[in-house]
Design a protein around this ligand. Structure first.
Ligand SMILES: CC(C)(COP(=O)(O)OP(=O)(O)OC[C@H]1O[C@@H](n2cnc3c(N)ncnc32)[C@H](O)[C@@H]1OP(=O)(O)O)[C@@H](O)C(=O)NCCC(=O)NCCS
Length: 311
């Protein structure tokens, strides 16, 4: 079976998002507030705006979009977050794609501070009701009726996220590859995202998870220090926080957990080729820059600087 990746979408990808959203509106008009006719009138700017909040998720298999789901804070109920626009293309139904999309949006909402996520579902869609029940949504009792559609009820459902937490765990390198690819390699399927050392016994790969969803990757390899070759030193590579949850302290937490373990193993220093765009992050988290080490990465052609941190 092809592997399915669920990921946040960027505004630049609006044409592909428009296609899957229009497909959903044509396929299941009863399920959505927006109509196909309305959506076909949307200008590029509206599609881009929808994606600019980084809370639109898509499921992808073999480079094709096969599903989508959105998250958003409620317009007039502060602190309430909603899931909407949930869709999986018919040939991919029944394979867990929808649940992964729900988890992705839930993790985004959790990282924004939400401890519940709500949705409205049409009471005549048994398949959707079954899916949401399986994902832990329960009825709140709130019902909306539409005067134009007698007999049709929209039920408000709620999934509690109070048990969710941010957890840092060691994982196999492969678990991190889709995240490495999309955050660090422009989501380009042709780019190599494996390091030759990934499967050496000493290499350590850490994942940061919000609930079931992987959102941070960091891999560590024994290596010679560029500053003092006598020190027991490891290299950090593939430091990446997913696009919708950057700047929330999650990357820092993963580094601190890993460094505590490395310190306990007798490691005295860590180093990395830090992307210049990420240097403010490394400055904030205790790393120093090696003067004169500025260079272009052969893999990405992006400016980098050698950085290190004594433990
Ligand atoms: C760089 C990156 C890994 C940081 O992870 P993150 O989870 O977003 O960072 P955190 O939220 O833990 O940030 C920790 C601190 O650094 C600051 N910070 C993070 N990124 C920053 C940036 N680009 N500019 C300024 N400050 C930044 C945060 O505001 C926070 O500051 P605080 O001390 O006031 O709380 C992440 O933004 C990312 O994946 N970027 C794209 C890929 C990349 O460049 N990776 C690094 C390759 S070397």
């Amino acid at each position: 079976m092809s592997s399915i990746v669920v990921r946040p979408m960027s505004a630049e990808e609006w044409p592909a998002y428009r296609d899957i959203r229009l497909e959903s509106l044509a396929d299941e008009p009863e399920a959505y507030g927006l109509t196909f006719a309305e959506a076909t009138e949307w200008a590029e700017e509206q599609w881009r705006n929808r994606l600019s909040g980084r809370s639109v998720f898509v499921a992808e298999a073999d480079g094709k979009l096969i599903g989508t789901a959105n998250g958003a804070p409620h317009e007039s109920q502060p602190g309430e977050y909603f899931l909407f626009g949930m869709y999986v293309t018919p040939t991919w139904r029944g394979r867990g794609v929808a649940e992964t999309l729900i988890d992705a949006v839930s993790a985004w909402a959790w990282s924004q501070g939400a401890r519940n996520i709500d949705l409205f579902v049409n009471s005549i869609l048994p398949r959707a009701l079954g899916l949401y029940a399986k994902a832990g949504f329960v009825r709140t009792g709130e019902i909306h009726t539409m005067p134009s559609r007698p007999g049709l009820e929209m039920w408000r459902l709620r999934r509690s996220l109070t048990e969710w937490e941010f957890a840092v765990r060691r994982v196999d390198a492969e678990v991190l590859y889709p995240l490495r690819r999309r955050v660090l390699r422009f989501n380009d399927p042709s780019r190599i995202v494996a390091d030759p050392r990934d499967h050496e016994t000493e290499s350590r790969h850490y994942g940061g998870f919000v609930g079931p969803r992987l959102v941070v990757s960091a891999s560590w390899y024994p290596s010679t220090s560029p500053v003092d070759p006598a020190l027991p030193t490891w290299q950090l590579r593939y430091m990446a926080t997913d696009l919708d949850v950057q700047g929330l302290g999650l990357g820092r937490t993963v580094i601190e957990v890993a460094l505590e373990e490395l310190r306990a193993m007798g490691v005295a220093q860590v180093w990395a080729n830090g992307r210049d765009t990420a240097l403010p992050f490394y400055d904030r988290t205790g790393w120093a820059r090696v003067p004169g080490s500025e260079h272009l990465s052969p893999e990405t052609q992006l400016p980098h600087t050698v950085i290190y941190r004594n433990l």
